[in-house]
Design a protein around this ligand. Structure first.
Ligand SMILES: Nc1nc2c(ncn2[C@@H]2O[C@H](COP(=O)(O)OP(=O)(O)OP(=O)(O)O)[C@@H](O)[C@H]2O)c(=O)[nH]1
Length: 491
C-alpha cells in the first residue's frame, strides 16, 4: 500500500494535549548551556529559600527541589548528567553566598537530592504518565502520592541531617522537613509540569478570544480581594479565605494558570505570615505550629488544581466525542452531517465576499468489483487510500472533505472558479489513477475515480443545489466511461 502518513496527517484528528517534549541528542554546547541554566536557577531559588528562613529553622518556603524535579520531567533536554551536576553547583553556590560552611552545604544538598531523586525515579515511570501530564483527577492524585513519597524520602534524610545543621531532635527535623517538602511539591511541581506547549498556548488563545475580558478577569479579581480580606481580617482562618476564589480560578482557567495562582497564593500566604503582614494570631515560632501551617496551606493548594485538571480532562473527552460524532472512523474525513455544516459555513462566507465556489463529488469506479475480487478488507484500504490522496491534492486551507457514504466523497473549494475547480478535480483524478494498492506478494491493483464538479461563480447557489448539480455531473462522468471529470454550473 502506498505510504499514507503524510496524507493522513492532513485529515482532522482529535486534539491530544501532550505536556512533554521528546528528548533530542544535545550538542556539548547545548549540554553546557543547559547545565549553566539549571545552576543559575537553582542558585537563585535556593537564595530565595534562605531568605524565608526563620532563625535556626528550615526555610518557610523552599522551591528548589520541586522546581528541579519539575524542570527535569517537563524539559527532558535539561535532564542530563550535566544538568544534575549544574543543580549541585547551584545549591553549593547559594550555600557559599549565604556563608554556610561547606560540609553543611554538602549535607543540605544531599538531603535535598534525596527527595528529588525519589520523585524523579517514580515520576519517570511509564505508569506515571497521567501524573506527568496532570491529566484528570486520577493524574493529580497520582502526582500527589508521588510527591508524598518524595517528601517522605526528604523527611528521612532531613531527620539525619537536620540536627547537625539546625539542632533539635531527629523526629522534629524529620517532620518539619517532610511538611516543608510536601508543601513545595504540592504547589510548585504542578505549575512546572503544566507549563504550556505551543498547542496549549493556541487553545488558550482561542479561549481568550471567546470570552469578554471582564468575565475572564473576575475569578482573579475575586482571588485578590480574598487575599486582601485575609490581611485585613487576620486570625487562624484567614489562610483559607482564598479557597473559593481559587476554586473559581480552577474552573475558569486551565491547569497551568490554576497551578500558578495556587503557587502564588501559597507563597504569598507563607511569606506574609513569616514577615508579619498576615497576622494569623498563632505563635508559629513553635515547630509544631509551623508544620501545621505548612501542611494546611499545602492542602489548600490541591483543590483548584484537582478542579482544573478534571475540567481539562473533561474538555479533552468532549473534544474526542465531538470528533467521533463528526468524523468517519475509517478515513478520518468528516461525515455527511459535519461536512454539510462546515461546507455551509464556508459557503456563506464565500457568498458574503462574492467569491466563486466549486464543489466536487467523487465516486470510486467499479468499486463493487474490488470488493468481489479482493475482499472487503482491500476495498476498505482503497477507500482510505482515495481519501488520503484527495486530502493530499487539495489546495492549502481548511480541509472541507467529507465522506458522503460508501465510496463517495465530497469536497468544497471555497475559493475556486471554473478553471481552478477543474484543475483540482483533474489532479485528484490523476493521483488516484496513478496510485497502486499493494495486495501483498508483490501484487498490486489500481483504482480510478469519477468526479462530478459544480461551480457557483458568486456562491449564490445553496449547498443542496451544488450537490445536486455535482451529482448530475458525476452521473454523466460514469456514463461517459468513468475515470473522468465533468464540470457544470450550479444554478
Ligand atoms: N469495502 C467496502 N465496501 C463498501 C463500503 N461501503 C460501500 N461499499 C460497497 O461499495 C459498492 C458500491 O458499488 P456500486 O454503488 O454498485 O458501484 P460501483 O461498483 O462502484 O460502480 P460504479 O459506481 O458504477 O463505477 C457496494 O458493493 C458496497 O457494498 C465500505 O465501507 N467498505
Amino acid at each position: 500500500m502506498q505510504s499514507m502518513n503524510s496524507q493522513r496527517d492532513k485529515l482532522s484528528r482529535p486534539q491530544k494535549l501532550e505536556s512533554s517534549i521528546p528528548a533530542v541528542r544535545a550538542t556539548p554546547a547545548q549540554l553546557l548551556a543547559g547545565a549553566a541554566l539549571v545552576a543559575a536557577i537553582m542558585a537563585a531559588v535556593c537564595l530565595f529559600g534562605v531568605w524565608t528562613r526563620l532563625a535556626g529553622q528550615l526555610a518557610v518556603f523552599w522551591p528548589a527541589n520541586a522546581l528541579l524535579l519539575g524542570l527535569f520531567i517537563r524539559f527532558p533536554r535539561l535532564d542530563t548528567a550535566a544538568g544534575w551536576v549544574g543543580a549541585c553547583v547551584g545549591h553549593l553556590l547559594a550555600g557559599y553566598i549565604v556563608g554556610d560552611p561547606l560540609p553543611i552545604s554538602v549535607l543540605l544538598t544531599l538531603t535535598n537530592f534525596a527527595s528529588v531523586v525519589t520523585g524523579y525515579l517514580l515520576l519517570a515511570q511509564p505508569f506515571a504518565s497521567d501524573a506527568r501530564k496532570l491529566l484528570g483527577a486520577a493524574g493529580v492524585l497520582q502526582l500527589l502520592a508521588i510527591a508524598a513519597l518524595a517528601s517522605v524520602a526528604g523527611g528521612l534524610a532531613g531527620g539525619v541531617v537536620g540536627p547537625v545543621a539546625f539542632g533539635g531532635t531527629a523526629l522534629e527535623s524529620c517532620l518539619a522537613w517532610f511538611a516543608s517538602e510536601l508543601l513545595n511539591y504540592f504547589t510548585i511541581l504542578p505549575a512546572v509540569l503544566s507549563i504550556p506547549t505551543a498547542q496549549h498556548r493556541e487553545v488558550a488563545r482561542q479561549w481568550r478570544k471567546s470570552m469578554p475580558p471582564l468575565r475572564r478577569a473576575t475569578p482573579l479579581l475575586a482571588l485578590l480581594a480574598s487575599m486582601a480580606a485575609a490581611v485585613l481580617v487576620g486570625g487562624p482562618g484567614a489562610v483559607a479565605f482564598p479557597v473559593p476564589a481559587l476554586l473559581w480560578c480552577g474552573m475558569r482557567y486551565g491547569v497551568f494558570p490554576a497551578a500558578v495562582l495556587s503557587l502564588l497564593t501559597t507563597a504569598w500566604t507563607l511569606v506574609a505570615i513569616s514577615k508579619g503582614v498576615l497576622n494569623t494570631a498563632v505563635e508559629i515560632e513553635s515547630p509544631a505550629m509551623l508544620m501545621s501551617v505548612r501542611l494546611g496551606v499545602a492542602l489548600i493548594a490541591i483543590s483548584p488544581l484537582a478542579v482544573a485538571s478534571a475540567m481539562a480532562a473533561n474538555r479533552i473527552l468532549m473534544a474526542q466525542l465531538r470528533h467521533m460524532a463528526e468524523h468517519d472512523p475509517m478515513t478520518g474525513t468528516m461525515n455527511r452531517r459535519a461536512f454539510a455544516e462546515q461546507a455551509g459555513k464556508a459557503l456563506r462566507a464565500a457568498r458574503a465576499a462574492r467569491r466563486s465556489v466549486g464543489l466536487l463529488v467523487l465516486d470510486i469506479d467499479r468499486f463493487k468489483n474490488v470488493n468481489d475480487t479482493y475482499g472487503h478488507a482491500v476495498g476498505d484500504q482503497v477507500i482510505v487510500l482515495v481519501a488520503n490522496l484527495v486530502a493530499d491534492h487539495l489546495p492549502e486551507g481548511p480541509l472541507l472533505l467529507g465522506r458522503l457514504g460508501g465510496e463517495e466523497f465530497a469536497v468544497l473549494l471555497p475559493d475556486a472558479d471554473h478553471a481552478r475547480t477543474r484543475d483540482v478535480a483533474e489532479r485528484v483524478r490523476q493521483a488516484c489513477a496513478d496510485a497502486a494498492v499493494d495486495l501483498g506478494q508483490d501484487r498490486t491493483t489500481g483504482c480510478t475515480v469519477s468526479i462530478g464538479a459544480s461551480v457557483s461563480p458568486q456562491a449564490e447557489a445553496s449547498l443542496d443545489r451544488l450537490l445536486q448539480a455535482a451529482d448530475r455531473a458525476l452521473y454523466e462522468a460514469k456514463h461517459g466511461g468513468r475515470n473522468r471529470v465533468v464540470l457544470t454550473d450550479a444554478v
